[in-house]
Design a binder for this molecule. Structure first.
Ligand code: BGC
Length: 544
């Protein structure tokens, strides 16, 4: 893969602590990820995104960074990190890691100094106030645990600003030393060979009175500086933006091709679930139609699930209530404005529905991300606090601890999922490896197909009218290549008719079942019957 490799890539998000424990400590580690690189290679993904790997009290699973230049001792050493990069690169895999710039842990030495006295030189590295009343128009993100974005610090009698947990003070990006310090952190990891960063929580870098303190022009200006900085010395490095915002605001993070290379498409994700549950395609069409075009060289990152709750920040109040009612019947499944469940349980552990969701994702523009464990249909543990229930150990086989670790079960950082439906005894990679019909092998096929047809990543998209709300129909095109995509969201078989007169003479071949034969297209509409959850990816080929 060349320069804009990320535009056609398939990503895999993993939590090092949860993936594979190579030492028997009860925690996954970097050396464990190295041992599993062949698995990732055989899955067919191109780039691994590591959740934060830095020293941290792990009160927010590493998003509370206590040292930007080290590796958490539970995860290994810098040498292990170097080895991971080398071994990944040797297999043609790339590695990006989280870069948490908006805030640090309150245990970071910068903050320890900053809070030590009002005249400490690092005081201004964070955002302090006498009253804790400034920026009152700012929303609270972690509404289940925080009741203010300010926390009072007794020692110096002032309040510090934080958009997330109270133990994650926000850095003050108005301070030029902070701006430079973050660039230095990036240089450090890029020199070690990392392929880029998933930059955490970017909309919140700056604060200005009278605004909601999201997406401010100062934030964009700094991010452009970040991009210039990496382009000068590491032109192939990737910057992936985490901005949970509506499409028009997310698009702003691509700048004019001079800010992020990629951005998560947050608004798309919940609408896939709405379409799947309602059996109606309208919401999905709408969100895609509302998504502005993005600059050349940029790409969306699309996903079904990640390490956080399934966020419902980007839907209306009515839609949120509906999503909770449909997908979070037990109150423990809710967290903040979202749902803390994994993909398979959300879709009733129905493999056809899980594949339909993935096929929708893989047929839309953007580069898809798979969340570790979802490729085998792992379950969740809603009795665990916070987001821990979707961060349980990866299930490798049916041996103790699901083959994740040789430690005693009681020493694991988290229990392994047990039980008759999602337990490691049943759901694990080894069991699925040799079964061609397993979710794992169906995902492998899908990834392979996606990569054989780059028009799925980069091609244009035009909706067609199949005359039935239960069917999402669109055309992906690049040059004179065309792919007709049909997704049936409903449970009952439907017949549809599509006007494809402009392609008369071309012969459809279904990439998902190439054995099925089709007559050449005609000026008369193409009629087709689609069964429950059925998808067709019809490549429109010229006759031999
Ligand atoms: C991450 C979360 C984290 C938060 C605070 C988010 O955007 O995805 O896992 O808790 O940032 O760092």
């Amino acid at each position: 893969m060349g320069e804009n490799w990320y535009q056609d890539a398939v990503f895999y998000e993993l939590y090092v602590r949860a993936f594979y424990d190579s030492t028997g400590s009860g925690h996954g580690d970097l050396a464990g990820v190295v041992e599993k690189l062949d698995y990732l290679k055989s899955l067919g993904v191109d780039c691994i995104w590591l959740l934060p790997i830095y020293p941290s009290p792990l009160k927010d699973d590493g998003y509370d960074v206590a040292d930007y230049l080290g590796i958490h001792p539970d995860f290994g050493t810098l040498d292990d990190f170097r080895r991971l990069i080398e071994e990944a690169h040797a297999r043609g895999l790339r590695v990006i890691a989280d870069l948490v710039v908006n805030h640090t842990s309150d245990q970071h030495p910068w903050f320890v100094e900053s809070r030590s006295s009002r005249d400490n030189p690092k005081r201004d590295w964070y955002v302090w106030s006498d009253t804790g009343k400034r920026y009152s128009e700012t929303r609270i993100i972690f509404i289940d645990t925080e009741d203010s974005n300010w926390t009072y610090d007794e020692r110096t009698g002032q309040y510090y600003w934080h958009r997330f947990y109270y133990h994650q003070p926000d850095l003050n990006f108005d301070n030029p030393d902070v701006q430079q310090a973050i660039l230095d952190v990036m240089a450090y990891w890029l020199d070690l060979g990392i392929d880029g960063f998933r930059v955490d929580a970017v909309p919140y870098l700056y604060e200005r009175e009278g605004t909601i303190n999201e997406n401010l022009p100062q934030t964009h200006a700094y991010l452009k500086r970040m991009r210039r900085f990496i382009d000068e010395r590491w032109p192939h490095a990737l910057l992936l933006c985490e901005a949970n915002q509506p499409p028009e605001d997310v698009v702003a993070y691509f700048g004019e091709g001079d800010e992020f290379h990629m951005g998560f498409h947050f608004p798309l994700m919940p609408r896939i679930y709405m379409a799947l549950r309602s059996g109606e395609s309208a919401k999905l069409r709408e969100v895609i139609q509302q998504t502005p075009p993005i600059p050349d060289g940029c790409q969306w990152c699309t996903f079904l699930r990640n390490h956080d709750e399934l966020t419902l920040e980007m839907v209306s109040e009515e839609e949120r209530q509906w999503m909770w009612q449909e997908y979070a019947p037990d109150p423990r499944m809710k967290l903040n404005l979202g749902i803390r469940r994994r993909l398979a349980p959300l879709l009733d552990n129905n493999p056809d529905r899980i594949m339909l969701a993935n096929r929708i994702l893989f047929s839309l523009p953007g580069s898809p991300i798979i969340y570790y464990g979802d490729e085998i249909g792992m379950g969740d543990a809603i009795y665990l606090p916070d987001r821990d229930g979707v961060r349980t150990p990866m299930q490798w086989n049916d041996r103790p601890n699901g083959g994740f670790s040789a430690a005693r079960a009681a020493a694991l950082y988290s229990p392994v999922i047990d039980g008759p439906v999602y337990g490691f005894q049943r759901v694990n990679t080894a069991a699925q490896e040799n079964d061609p019909a397993s979710l794992l092998n169906r995902m492998r096929m899908l990834i392979r197909l996606r990569k054989q047809h780059p028009l799925l990543a980069r091609g244009s998209l035009r909706f067609l009218d199949p005359g039935n709300e239960a069917v999402l129909a669109f055309l992906r095109s690049e040059g004179d290549e065309h792919l007709l995509v049909l997704h049936h969201l409903g449970d009952r078989a439907v017949e549809i008719a599509l006007n494809l007169a402009q392609f008369a003479g071309l012969i459809p071949v279904d990439l998902l079942s190439p054995g099925e034969l089709y007559a050449p297209l005609d000026v008369a509409p193409l009629t087709l019957t689609l069964g429950c959850c059925e998808t067709k990816w019809l490549k429109l080929n010229p006759p031999e």
